[in-house]
Every structure is written in C-alpha cells, then in structure tokens.
Design a protein around this ligand. Structure first.
Ligand code: ADP
Length: 602
C-alpha cells in the first residue's frame, strides 16, 4: 500500500512539475517576445521623433561624417541605444560605437533591406563589433534633399536577458512554492485515498490469518465505503460458516471421543488419519504423535498391523479377534471397513476396535462355573446313587449299617439341596435380578433374633455366642439380605470352631478422630481353627474351600462367602478377613448407615 501511495504521489508530482515547467517556459517566451516588441516599438518611435526634431545636413558635405558621428554619440547618451546613420546606398556616415570610415557598406544588412522594402526593418543578430546579441531597428528617413537613407537604432539584448533572468528567478521561486503546495496537497490526496485502502488491506490480512472477528471501521458512502462494507459482509458470513463448521467438528469430535469403541482411520497410502480416545487407550498410543504416520508404526501390535495390511491390500471388510499384550493384556475385536467416497473413489480403511476382554472373561467364567457346578453336584449325587445301589443290591443285611447308609443318603441329598439353593441364590444375585428393599433396622433387636436362631447349633457344640450391640444403633438396609449375611458368617464361625469355643458379634458406629463417619462396623470373631494366609485372598471366590475335607465334613458348599460378598457390595459396603491359624478369624464388615436413593431397575 505504501508503494502504491508513493507511486501515486510521484506521478502526481511529476505531472504538476511538468505542467508548471511548460507553463513557465511559455510564459518566459511570451514575456521575452513582448519585451522585445515593446523595445522595438519604442525604438521606432524614437527614430520617428529624431526625424522631426533633428537637423539632417547634406550627407555629401565634407563634414557630414563628423556631424552625424557627433550626433549619434549625443543621441546614444540620451537613449542608451547605438545610433547609426546610413545613406541610401549603404554607406555609414555616423555611428555611436565605431568609426564610420572603417565600417563596411550596410546596404545588405537585413534590417536595412527590410526597411527599404517595407518601411520598417528589425532583426536580432549578434554584433561582430560588440560581440553581443543586439536588436536592430531601421527606418527609412528622407529629409528634403539633404538626407535620404536610414536611421538605425540598436540595443543590446543583454538587458532583456537580464529581465528575463529576473523573471525566471521570480517565476522559479513562485513555481517552487507552488510545487511545494501542490506536493503537499497531492500527498494528502494520495493518503486520503490510500489510508482507508490500507485499513481494508490490514483487515483482509487479519481475516486471512483466521482472525474472523476483524472488521473494517470505515463509514463512507463512496466506493471505498462500499468495499469496506463488502469486506465486513464477507467476514460476517465467513465467521458464521466457520462457527457452524467448528460446531459440527466439535460434535463429531465429542461423539468420536466418547465412543467406547476405538476408531483408527487409515488412508489409501497407509497413513493414519484419525485415532479416537478409546483407540488411544486400547493401543497405548498418542493420537497427536501417531496421526499422519504410517499404520506400520504401531509396532507393538504386530498381529493388528498384519490384519490392517491385509485389509488395506485387499480393500475388503473383515471381522477378527486378536490378543494384545500392550499396554495391558486384552482381547480386541477388529472390524475393518473399506471407506468409499460417493463417487466410488477408495479413501482407505476404517478400523473399529472393541475391547472384548471382559465379555470373553465372563464367558470363560461362566463355562468354568458350569463345570464347577456340575462337578459339585456330581459328588453328592454319586454318593447318594452308590449307597442306594448298595442297599438295593441287598448286600447289607444288618440294620445298623443299612441305617447309617440311609443317613448318608439323607445328608448328601440335604447337601445337594443346599448346594442347589446356594447356586440359584448366587446366580440370581449375579444376574442383578434382585431388588433391594431398604428399611430402618434396629440392630440390637435384629441380632437378638439371629442369635436365637443360631443358638441351638452353637449349644450343640457348646460354643458361646456373644452379642455386643449398643441399644441406640440403627441403620438402613435390606433386612433379609443382612440376615443372610450374618447367618452365613455366624454359621461359618460356629462350623469352623472346635467344641467349647467362642463366637462374638460386635457392632459399632465407626469413628474417625472422634467424628462419626456414618458407617457401622461389624466384627464376627471366633476362636476357631483359622484360615491359612495363602488362602485369605481367595476365600470369597465361588466354590473356594480351604480344605475340601473339613468343609465337606461341615456340610459347606464353598458358596457362602461369595454370596456374603455380593450382598455386602449391594449395600455399598466392604468386607475383609483377618485370621490366624489355630487362634481364630475375624470377619470385618463396614456398611453405610444410610443408603443413597438409587434409580429404579438396579
Ligand atoms: P463353606 O460353605 O465351605 O463354608 P464359604 O464360602 O462359607 O464355604 O467359606 C469358604 C471357606 O472359607 C470355607 O471352606 C472355610 O475353609 C473357610 N472359612 C470360612 N469361614 C471360616 C471361619 N470362620 N474360620 C475358618 N475358616 C473359615
């Protein structure tokens, strides 16, 4: 823009300068001509005056030359002009500058010739005598019979030149002032024209730098104002469009990033174009680093890149499952889908990743569970069948043995019954079909009922059953499920404690630095056989028993604690166990006093 302005100013200044120079030259010429014309007219008038005022004695008289020479000298003094008297035949008889005797014949001088012809002659010529530009004016003069010739006046033009030079100086100064004024004016005009253009250009540049809120602040009605308006309009629509595009992009981005499935987009030349957050997590990669690179850079996932290569080479969709070992061990289902544009052009492959580790693990657990259940059911069933067969075979004759066999059959079927009951219970809990039914529970009354139920079993083994529950303790819970929890724990405690031992249940409001945490802590403590350290982490697993023989003997199913754990979870609580072999075990449960209101369906 500066350049444009400079050029504009330069052009304007040159034009002004040239026109002023032209005007100046023309003026000087006119000035000079009119000056010369004026001089000429004056000289003609002087000659005419001379003709009437002066005596013109006979030119042929012997003292004529002296007379006319003196006359010319006098006249020069008066008029500042060189005066020359010339006879008709061109002889000089008087001259104010040089001796007429030595002068050439003047008959053919231009001014003389012209005067002879037209009655008035003038010329400008360089005088060989004076070495200056001279103006010569000659008129034919005839006075009676005594003088018939020409009177010539000549004037040095150096005076005229001086005048012209003076004129030049004055004019030069004038021109310079004028030029200066014009320059200032033209700079102003150029600036007035270019500064809004500069503003507009600046704004256009800012818009190009993606600053879409830039606007031109020019309020004019002319073309520049219209241009500014057009630029602002363009910026407005650009801004709206960009906003719409950004909104769409944000929407798309958040959809992509909030998907649980991973997405990796690879273009036709094998470059990764897009990686969403789930894919970053599953593959242990950074989208910012990997985007734009080749899919082969996913080196840790050899199996995956092999599949991707096949898909990219063959441009066909596929569905496969592969194990990943980085960043964590997982099973990934990979769906490859070729991306084809509307015009049918191939754009690359879209890979969808689904972490199926949990599904597969659940499936495995389920089938293991079925295997376990079948196994657990088979054992008592085999006993029932075996003893029944023996009895039916008639091989047992004495009644005592027969009764003991029948007792075994009864016990085993009872166990089978319990087992099936526990399995049904567990599977209904695990499938989350169980609704919680919360109500306020007065814990002391609650545990008294339970201990009543347990007392007979405890007394059989002469085990003391102690309760330590403060009167004022209340909590919110599902009473049936809480009962199930403590019946299970207490019956385990009685089961795994030798005769004459002790079982104690304590309930306390948990305090932290004297402050209530709104948590009730329960401890079921026994003086029993204890649990080996290595088994502690596993006793809440399904069918896990520390020692099959002793558990079987006590009629356990190995499901009790896993049911307890589920029920505690459902109350948003925690359970853990502390135990020492041969000394006893403590099961510690922490449950919130109040249950948060949950949404229906859980
Ligand atoms: P079970 O029906 O066999 O008792 P549980 O799931 O209730 O099954 O218990 C799992 C295992 O934990 C039991 O087999 C037993 O070995 C051990 N166990 C549970 N409670 C106690 C306890 N109070 N003292 C010692 N061992 C226990």
């Amino acid at each position: 823009m500066k350049q444009f302005r400079n050029r504009l100013t330069l052009i304007m200044l040159t034009l002004i300068g040239l026109s002023m120079l032209g005007a100046g030259l023309a003026m000087v010429k006119v000035f000079k001509q009119s000056h010369i014309q004026l001089l000429e007219d004056n000289m003609i008038r002087e000659i005419r005056l001379l003709q009437t005022m002066m005596d013109f004695p006979d030119t042929d008289s012997p003292d004529a030359v002296e007379y006319y020479t003196n006359r010319s000298l006098q006249l020069e003094e008066l008029s500042d002009a060189r005066v020359t008297f010339i006879t008709k035949d061109g002889r000089v008889i008087g001259d104010s500058e040089s001796n007429p005797v030595t002068m050439d014949n003047h008959a053919y001088r231009e001014e003389v010739l012209e005067a002879g012809k037209t009655g008035k002659g003038s010329t400008i010529r360089r005088s060989s005598t004076l070495g200056q530009d001279m103006l010569y004016v000659a008129l034919p003069v005839k006075v009676g019979d005594s003088f018939d010739g020409f009177v010539r006046l000549s004037l040095s033009l150096s005076q005229v030149d001086n005048g012209v030079r003076q004129g030049w100086t004055v004019m030069g100064i004038g021109l310079a002032i004028l030029f200066l004024a014009a320059s200032l004016l033209s700079i102003r005009v150029a600036k007035g024209l270019t500064s809004p253009l500069e503003k507009i250009t600046r704004v256009a540049r800012r818009i190009a730098r993606l600053e879409y809120d830039a606007r031109v602040n020019i309020n004019r009605k002319d073309e520049i104002g219209q241009l500014a308006k057009a630029i602002n309009g363009m910026a407005d629509s650009l801004q709206t469009q960009v906003r719409t595009i950004r909104d769409n992009e944000d929407l798309l981005q958040s959809v992509l990033n909030n998907m649980t499935g991973g997405i990796v987009m690879v273009n036709g030349s094998g470059r990764i174009m897009l990686v969403n957050r789930a894919a970053e997590r599953m593959l242990g990669i950074d989208a910012e680093v990997i985007t734009g690179k080749s899919y082969r850079e996913l080196k840790q996932h050899y199996e995956l890149t092999k599949l991707m290569k096949e898909g990219l080479d063959n441009r066909i969709s596929f569905h496969e499952e592969r194990n990943l070992y980085y960043p964590v061990e997982s099973i990934i289902r990979l769906d490859g889908v070729p991306m084809v544009q509307e015009d049918g052009a191939y754009r690359g492959m879209l890979f969808l990743l689904q972490d199926v580790s949990d599904i597969r693990r659940l499936e495995r657990m389920r089938s293991e569970f079925v295997a376990n259940v079948s196994h657990e059911l088979k054992t008592p069933l085999a006993a029932v069948k075996g003893f029944a067969e023996t009895l039916l075979g008639g091989g047992v004759s004495d009644e005592k043995t027969a009764r003991s066999f029948l007792q075994i059959i009864y016990d085993e079927s009872e166990r089978l019954n319990r087992l099936i009951g526990d399995i049904l219970e567990l599977s209904s809990i695990e499938s989350k079909r169980v609704q919680m039914d919360y109500s306020p529970i007065h814990l002391q009354a609650f545990f008294e009922t339970i201990s009543e139920m347990m007392r007979t079993v405890a007394e059989k083994k002469r085990i003391s059953l102690e309760l330590d529950v403060p009167e004022e303790l209340f909590m919110e819970g599902d009473e049936d499920k809480l009962r199930q929890i403590f019946m299970n724990l207490l019956s385990n405690a009685i089961n795994y404690t030798q005769e004459g031992g002790r079982v104690k249940l304590t309930a306390r409001e948990k305090l932290h630095n004297g402050q209530s945490e709104d948590i009730v802590q329960f401890i079921v403590k026994d003086s029993g056989i204890g649990i080996p350290k290595k088994d502690l982490p596993r006793i809440f697993e399904r069918f896990y028993r520390v020692d099959k023989a002793r558990s079987r003997g006590s009629g356990g199913t190995g499901l009790g604690l896993s049911i307890v754990k589920h029920l505690v979870d459902m109350h948003h609580g925690r359970i853990h166990v502390e135990s020492e072999l041969g000394v006893g075990s403590s099961f510690i449960i922490e449950l919130p006093v109040l249950q948060e209101q949950e949404e229906a369906g859980i």
